[in-house]
Design a protein around this ligand. Structure first.
Ligand code: S3P
Length: 445
């Protein structure tokens, strides 16, 4: 629990109805600020997510010398320095709860001749940074971290960076992206490969900013990204689509609360982010997608979700990267389904904002659901719509755990409470208001 914890209860409620405009995508928002800060000229961003994690990235971009200005809600301007032009921050950079902001910024500064100190909240200071820092040394960067590669971290960017050929061994878009951002500042052509297909927003946005970038499939699966360094990035407008990882909570709420009908316009439908929708549809969810279109190099569409009887499924482990942030809420959906849901290939969940596997399992059990935990997954015994609820969940500074178990309370027989909702503001400050607008009932615990 944080010092100023805000506990909350969610009551079982009648049908959720209406339209909810989700906030901007978190991954794309971070990248828009960072590429804006690396580009020459003025990048105009619309629909930026104004949540704690992204605002910390904006502060860091300023600390590295970019001009970052807010013109109105979601409307931001970034005047960048050009690749290699970042200044040395005069103070420690505090990234709060954000793994993405901190790791991407480490990459972006690793090939500039500056030194910076990175820290964060108790959750971020317990997360592994060696996965990013070690490969960044290949470019010539140097670092010091606490034992186990933990923050606070001091990173010294390479004064004479060299390009690299590196295979990213973890299924992490953050590590891949950090390497690509570092490659921007290294002369020559770097190759960054990964055997799993993680989200590709960095690659798409780099292409839009004029980087020389190409992607080739690897014979053994996965792909290699080639990027030419000393890049001249040109400022370009970014329209941030609405975040599917935030929409996930409203989608599952709409499915499990009987009588619901919820519409969610303009949600990002990048296939590498759509694993939850694919899985829910396999479970029998009534989700229709209309008006599928392209916006700013990304696919978006309007979703209509109606309450549905779900059935348990086996989720293919190789789908995990495309729904890695959605397992807390998928586990809640699985609790309401008829039959068993098996989820595996989830080792990465152990190093998220909390040990999400353990925390999900504890939360489901608190709500009266039988669940088995494995090192890399879980088996949820679905209750066929009749979830007892009535439990209290410890959120461990994890925004998605708080939101998932509040949603569980909306569909259970008895209310669910969570010990702290303050972290929800790191990714989705409007969560409570938007859900109340649809008919959700929350009360202070
Ligand atoms: C993100 C990548 C994922 C995800 C995170 C956002 C990104 O982390 O969990 O919320 O924007 O690249 P990993 O790369 O560590 O899997």
């Amino acid at each position: 629990m944080s010092v100023s914890a805000r506990p909350l209860k969610a009551r079982p409620c009648a049908g959720l109805r209406g339209t909810a405009a989700m906030p901007g995508d978190k991954s794309i928002s971070h990248r828009a600020l960072i590429l804006g800060a690396l580009a020459l000229g003025e990048t105009r961003i619309s629909g930026l997510l104004e949540a704690g994690d992204v605002l910390n990235t904006a502060l860091a971009a300023r600390a590295f010398g970019a001009q970052v200005t807010q013109d109105g809600p979601g409307a931001w301007r970034v005047n960048g320095t050009g690749v290699g032009g970042w200044a040395e921050p005069s103070d420690v950079l505090d990234f709060g709860n954000s793994g993405t902001g901190s790791r991407l910024m480490m990459g972006a500064m690793a090939t500039a001749p500056v030194t910076a100190v990175f820290t964060g909240d108790a959750s971020l200071r317990s997360r592994p940074m060696g996965r990013v820092l070690e490969p960044l040394t290949l470019f010539g960067a140097e670092y010091e971290a606490r034992a186990g590669g933990l923050m606070p971290v001091t990173l010294k960017g390479a004064a004479r960076p060299i390009c690299v050929d590196h295979l990213v061994s973890v299924a992490s878009a953050q590590v891949k992206s950090a390497m690509l951002l570092a490659a921007l500042g290294a002369p020559g052509r770097s190759r960054i490969s990964q055997t799993s297909l993680t989200r590709d927003h960095t690659e798409r946005m780099l292409a839009a900013f004029g980087a020389e970038i190409s992607v080739e499939p690897l014979p053994e699966g996965g792909e290699a990204v080639f990027l030419t360094g000393e890049a001249d990035l040109k400022a370009t407008p970014v329209a941030v689509p609405r975040d599917p990882s935030s929409a996930a909570f409203a989608i599952v709420a709409g499915l499990i609360v009987p009588g619901s009908e919820v519409s969610l316009p303009g949600v990002l439908l990048n296939p590498r982010r759509s694993g939850l929708i694919e899985t829910l549809i396999e479970m029998g969810a009534d989700i229709s997608i209309s008006n599928a279109r392209e916006s700013g190099g990304e696919k978006v569409g309007d979703l209509m979700v109606r309450a549905s009887s779900l059935k348990g499924v086996e989720v293919p482990p190789e789908r995990a990267p495309s729904m890695i942030d959605e397992y807390p809420i998928l586990a809640v959906a699985a609790a309401f389904a008829e039959g068993r849901t098996l989820m595996r290939g989830l080792d990465e969940l152990r190093v998220k904002e909390s040990d999400r596997l353990a925390v999900i399992v504890a939360g489901l059990r608190a709500g009266g659901v039988t669940v088995g935990e494995m090192q890399d997954g879980m088996i949820v015994e679905g209750r066929g719509g009749e979830v007892p609820g009535g439990g209290h969940v410890a959120t461990h500074l994890d925004h998605r755990i708080a939101m998932a178990f509040l949603v569980m309370g909306l569909g259970s027989r008895h209310l669910m409470s969570v010990d702290d909702t303050s972290m929800i503001a790191t990714s989705f400050p409007e969560f409570e208001d938007l859900m109340r607008h649809l008919g959700a009932q929350f009360e202070n615990a």
